[in-house]
Ligand binder design. Structure first.
Ligand code: SF4
Length: 62
């Protein structure tokens, strides 16, 4: 599974970082990013939850 953030849509709410701080990080520009697009084994559900709960629908999981 892979996850990425469309930083042009991200508004920096930080919801994703609260739910899965080991997957999502807020950068110095107040937009979220993922350090590693490949989701670690066992972390798939939190990556999906981040995508579901993003108010801007800026997170893509595939
Ligand atoms: S929840 Fe969505 S809009 Fe908010 S910081 Fe995360 S990716 Fe950006």
């Amino acid at each position: 599974m892979r996850v990425r953030v469309d930083r042009t849509k991200c508004r920096g709410h930080g919801v994703c970082c609260v739910n899965a701080p080991d997957i999502f990080t807020i950068g110095d520009d107040d937009h979220a990013y993922v350090e590693n697009e490949v989701v670690a084994p066992g972390r798939e559900e939190d990556a999906l939850m981040g995508a579901r709960n993003c108010p801007e629908q800026a997170i893509y999981v595939h």
